[in-house]
Structures are given as C-alpha cells and as structure tokens.
Design a binder for this molecule. Structure first.
Ligand SMILES: *[C@@H]1O[C@H](CO)[C@@H](O)[C@H](O)[C@H]1NC(C)=O
Ligand SMILES: *[C@@H]1O[C@H](CO)[C@@H](O)[C@H](O)[C@H]1NC(C)=O
Ligand SMILES: *[C@@H]1O[C@H](CO)[C@@H](O)[C@H](O)[C@H]1NC(C)=O
Ligand SMILES: *[C@@H]1O[C@H](CO)[C@@H](O)[C@H](O)[C@H]1NC(C)=O
Length: 449
C-alpha cells in the first residue's frame, strides 16, 4: 500500500475503506436510477404505481464472480427516501452499507449514494430490495447471482441453463404507508407476481429434453410464503442463500419471504408443456401463478399438464419438516461462517434469552406493528450518528422488555442493547393469524429449534 500518504487520521480512515474494496480484484461499475412507474402487472387491474430500477421491475440482475468489487451508484428519483438492502449477502468491513434503517442513512429524494462492495468468497443466489416503510410491496428489487471463480469446484455439473425467478405476493398499487397511517391494515394479497408479471401462463421458459437446468427462486414478496413446484418434475435442492446444501429431492418447496433457493431440474418427461406453479401458502384464499415450461423438441405434442394441487395449503407441520430437512453440505466449497463456538452449540454459555413476540395494534389512530409491545419510530438523526456523536435523546436502549408483556402498544425509537461477544438465544413467538417474517441483518444466525 505504498501509494498512501503517510500518517494521520486520514490514513486510518482510508484503511477502513480499502478493507472492503480490494484493488487487486476486478471492478464492476453500475448506475441504478430509481423511479416510479405505472405498470400493469395484471391484465385485469389498472396499472399500479411501482418502483422501477433503470425502468424495470425487477431491476437489473447483478451477475458477479467471487472477489469482484462492485461500485454501484444509486440515484433516488422518488419523492421519498430510499434505501436498498442486500439480502443474504455479508458485506465486508462495515454494517454501514447493509441498507437497513438504523445502520445506514436512506438516500434522500433527488440524491445519490455510491455503494462500494467487495463480494468476498460468497457464491450463490441473493437479491436486493428496498428496506424502508412498505416500499418493497411496490418493487425496487432485483436478483444477485454470484458465481465461483473457474478454479473453485462446484458440487454439481454445469447446468445447461440458469434461470432466475423472483416470486412474491402483490397488493395492488395503493399507497400502503398512507393506508397504515389511516388506521387500516394491508389488504389481502391481490395475486402472485413472477419476475414482475402477474399474469398467469403468460410467460414461458424453453428447455431441451434430457438436459438439467438450474432455477434460482427468491421470495421477494411482502408477507406470504409461496410453494414452488414444476408439475411431474423433481426439484433437487443444491443451494440456499450462498450455502451449498446436501442435495435432496423435493416435489415442491416452500419458499418463505426473504429466502433464495437453487434447484436443479432434469427435463426427463415426455416433451410437452408443463406448468411451473407458484402458490400461496397458509392463506384462506389461495392464489396461483403459472409459468409454462416449454420443452423444445421436434416432435412435441401440443398439450398442457393440468394443475395438480394435492397439497394442503395450511399444512404447517409439513412446511416445518421440510425446512428441517435442509442441511449444509460441509464438504462443498463456499463461504464458511465460522462464528465463535458455532460448532459446539450445546456447550455455549447463553448469556440472555430474548422472547420476541409480534403484534399489531392501532396507536394514535395509525395501524402499527410491534415487538413486545413496542412499535419502532424512525428518528430524524440516524442512530449510528447519534451513537457516534453521543447525541442524547435520539433513541432509548433497554426499553423493549426481554419477554412479551400484557400491556398494549407504544411508539418508540427503541434499541436493544447487547454485550460484545455475548451469545444470545432469541425465541420468536407469533400469536397472530398471519405469518411473520424477520430479517436479521448483519450477523450470522443458526436455527436451533
Ligand atoms: C452522485 O453521482 C455522480 C455522478 O452521477 C457522482 O459523480 C457522485 O460521486 C455521486 N455521489 C455520491 C455521493 O455517490
Ligand atoms: C457435498 O459436496 C461434495 C463436494 O463437492 C460432493 O461431492 C457431494 O456429492 C455433496 N454431497 C451431497 C450429499 O450433496
Ligand atoms: C417453445 O419452444 C419452441 C422450440 O421447440 C419454440 O419454437 C417456441 O418459440 C417456444 N415457445 C415459447 C412460447 O417460448
Ligand atoms: C407450449 O406453449 C407455448 C405457449 O406458451 C406454445 O407456443 C407451444 O406451442 C406449446 N408447446 C407445446 C408442445 O404444447
């Protein structure tokens, strides 16, 4: 690092920056322009206001290789603050770029911010999404695909093709924040959108008989779990958010909000069209989206497999059993998240147990959601700046109880304090009638029960 001028505070700050942007590795420069657009996601409802990135929904897919440096200049042309989170990616150096409220400042309307990442040794399927308010319901997301460098072994043969499917629930084009502020809840989902299209059977994927393809599926939706299947075909699960799994076969997979799965599918059926079915789970009224799997073969017969929906939409046990069956392949390549004591879980001394219970309630005539009776209020001063400059009164540490209580809901800029190097057990509890999903950002977590 001979070219850095000697000494001083400036040098120390520069060193922090180069710890996650490494000069020796290739650079990829991108410009993201974030705008509103009117797009008809469904034929039968009027065009909705969506969030576009470079005029598209989904936004551009980031195709990266391990060790790439990514320099991405995000221009916010919305009339509200905008913040991108990088789902599943572990960013080197500093949580400042994670893109969740509290660690990063949102990009103000009309401004831009340049992210500089080093993707490190990660490989696999991820996505980016807007993390503020309910913006995610309107789009602003896109896929991230990180390939291994050619010299790193991948635990399966090179597939004949690699398809990305960003699946999610959709709630019409209304302003969800205004709705919540008016005391109303987010309505029942309107339908399922796949790669920015809500019209079932309007899209097709063309494959060759006998070949094996990789499908990367991410649930980019707001709240609904979705099941994924390809009728008459088996799914071989090979990767979950950057971890190669023990390769097991499934007829369908439940993909919960925020999850990204890779499956290999061999086109081993008689050549005709098959349905790729994405279906809502655990809802009273289900919704289905179909993408046509088009076998290209000279002697294809024009016929279509009908939907087979033998699965019970509310079978939670099956879904939990399936989640438990997914295991890391410890001998495959890929990033190892080697946390303190993680391989001796049973012997780790737990210093604190948090029982976090979600709830919904109306406070000051606004519909709010909370944890242990506290609904978070974003502060005007970014929390990290308040912490750094020791500004008092911006947030409160320790005001969320470690266990749910009986009292109602209050609004607060509440922060939970923990000690460095503590090992904490977190129990999530949901007594509501809808699924709750948590995004645990910036740390490694292990599901233990
Ligand atoms: C904003 O974008 C311009 C180019 O369009 C660039 O020169 C500038 O560095 C960017 N600012 C930030 C804070 O990223
Ligand atoms: C695990 O990865 C290794 C190394 O790539 C591979 O040979 C093996 O087949 C994988 N095992 C399973 C059960 O998927
Ligand atoms: C289906 O595949 C055939 C090739 O067998 C191709 O000609 C056709 O365009 C494909 N149809 C669609 C809708 O992709
Ligand atoms: C499959 O469906 C596409 C339309 O998506 C159609 O063009 C094609 O002819 C169909 N192929 C077969 C074999 O049925």
């Amino acid at each position: 690092m001979a070219w850095w001028p000697d000494g001083g505070v400036w040098m120390m700050m520069t060193m922090t920056i180069i710890s996650f942007v490494q000069a020796e590795e290739p650079y990829r420069f991108l410009d993201f322009r974030v705008t509103y657009g009117k797009v008809a996601l469904f034929e039968n409802i009027p065009p909705s206001r969506v969030i576009l990135i470079n005029e598209k929904i989904p936004g551009p897919e980031l195709r990266l290789v391990t060790n790439d440096n990514l320099i991405i200049n995000v221009h916010n042309d919305l009339d509200e603050p905008f913040l991108l989170a990088w789902n599943g990616l572990h960013l080197k150096g500093n949580s400042y770029q994670d893109g969740v409220y509290g660690t990063t400042c949102p990009i103000p309307p009309g401004k831009n911010y340049t992210y500089a990442f080093h993707v490190g040794d990660q490989v696999g399927s991820f996505f980016y999404f807007p993390s503020l308010a309910v913006q995610k319901a309107a789009g602003g997301y896109g896929a991230i695909r990180i390939l291994s460098r050619p010299d790193i072994p991948v635990p399966f043969p090179q597939p004949a093709g690699d398809f990305t499917l960003l699946i999610g629930d959709f709630y019409d084009g209304n302003d969800h924040k205004a709705r919540l502020d008016g005391g109303r809840m987010i309505p029942r989902g309107y339908g399922v959108v796949v790669n920015g299209d809500g019209n079932s059977a309007s899209n097709s994927i063309t494959v060759d008989k006998g070949k094996t393809y990789r499908f990367r599926i991410s649930n980019v939706g707001l709240q609904l779990s979705l099941s994924f299947k390809i009728l008459y075909h088996m799914l071989k699960l090979v990767e979950v958010e950057g971890t190669y799994t023990i390769q097991s076969m499934y007829t369908s997979l439940d993909i919960h909000v925020g999850q990204s799965f890779s499956v290999l599918v061999t086109m081993d059926q008689p050549p005709k069209n098959y349905s790729i079915v994405v279906h809502t789970r655990f809802t009273e009224v289900g919704s289905t989206h179909v993408v046509i799997l088009n076998y290209s073969s000279p002697n294809s017969k024009s016929s279509k497999s009908g939907p087979n929906r033998e699965q019970d939409d509310n079978d939670i046990d099956l879904s939990i059993k399936q989640a438990r069956s997914i295991k890391t392949n410890l001998t495959a390549s890929g990033q190892r998240q080697n946390a303190q004591g993680s391989s001796h879980y049973g012997r780790v001394k737990i210093s604190r147990t948090l029982i976090l219970e979600s709830s919904a309630g109306v406070v000051n005539r606004k519909q709010r959601y909370g944890i242990n009776g506290v609904s978070f209020v974003p502060a005007d001063t970014p929390l990290k700046l308040a912490y750094y400059f020791k500004i008092k009164g911006v947030y409160k540490v320790g005001s969320i109880p470690d266990k749910p209580g009986r009292e109602g809901m209050r609004l607060e800029t509440a922060v939970m304090g923990v000690h460095h190097k503590d090992f904490i057990e977190i129990v999530f509890q949901n007594r509501e009638k809808i699924i709750q999903t948590y995004h645990l950002d910036g740390h490694n977590f292990w599901v233990v029960g």
